[in-house]
Design a protein around this ligand. Sequence first.
Ligand code: CA
Length: 360
Amino acid sequence: MKRRDFIRKAGATLATGAAAVGVPGMAQAKAEFNWKMVTAWPKNFPGLGTGANLLAKTITEMSGGRIKVKVYGARELVPAFEVYDTVSSGTAEMGHSGAYYWKGKSEAAQFFSAVPFGLTAQEMNAWLYYGGGLALWRELYQPFGIIPVPAGNSGVQMAGWFNKQINTVDDLKGLKMRIPGLGGEVLRRAGGITVNMPGGELFTSLQSGALDATEWVGPYNDLAFGFYKVAKYYYYPGWHEPGSTMEALINEKAFNALPKDLQQIVLTACKAANMDMLSEYSARNNQALETLVNKHKVNVLPLPDEVLKTLKQLSEQVVKALADKDPKSRKIYASISGFREQVMKWDAISEQAFMRARSL
Ligand code: CA
């Protein structure tokens, strides 16, 4: 008898005993694999942290408790920016984060979270699952002993909260804005001053004038942070994060040690988490937007076309510059930009044409 089977039988015996005193059997079954999941999010943070919780719960329940995944919020075990190393070393078997945090490991990682003026959530999924994106992502993380898996998406974000109106490109000059990643580099090229700081400091920085503007996520998360109390204008669309993918990081050795059925459970649970987070954001953003507009009287404004056109040109330069830097980025850039070009043609006569028709 394999050790695994033996343990399962022993667990079942225990469970039967426990059931007699009214404790559910599954909770008593001894896990064959106890996994730690370290995350880049504050514990239970709405959308992102709760998405990680759901993923852990799904894996645990789908496997009948054979894998038990325990979630650690940022700083509970390690700080947010150490998630990658912690999974790479195997100290934690799993992580949940966003690929743009790992540009220090590999600049090309940024392609797998969000590209300014890049792919929407649905397009990202199409590229990752069916357009060769996921294979490129695995190749990129392979030297670190990590298997990346899509496990969440924020959908289109908002351009952010501003304390002054943006009417022309000149209004971006000297603008002190919190905007991370490639979008931050774009703002810098437009003459803005990119500031990076943790989410927890944004409210007071806007209030004190240390920041003129900040992006965060979308109505659901932004309402919770109370930005409407300290910034006058809420601009759209989130040109810099059109559909940010969240990732599950899995230690390769830990994954390979699982039997095939449990491997499949982990991957399928990630796919479910990917779909679930996008659905949650879509539903809750609608509700939160209504509250912001009707209850808090927020000024929701579109960025002018002229500004968007300039940001788009600069974005292309920034992404191209990244692609020119190293061969890995060049290969991924070629794949994602080729896919974008193709999908835009189809979108023009499907999603875009339908959205237009629906609003006539
Ligand atoms: Ca954001």
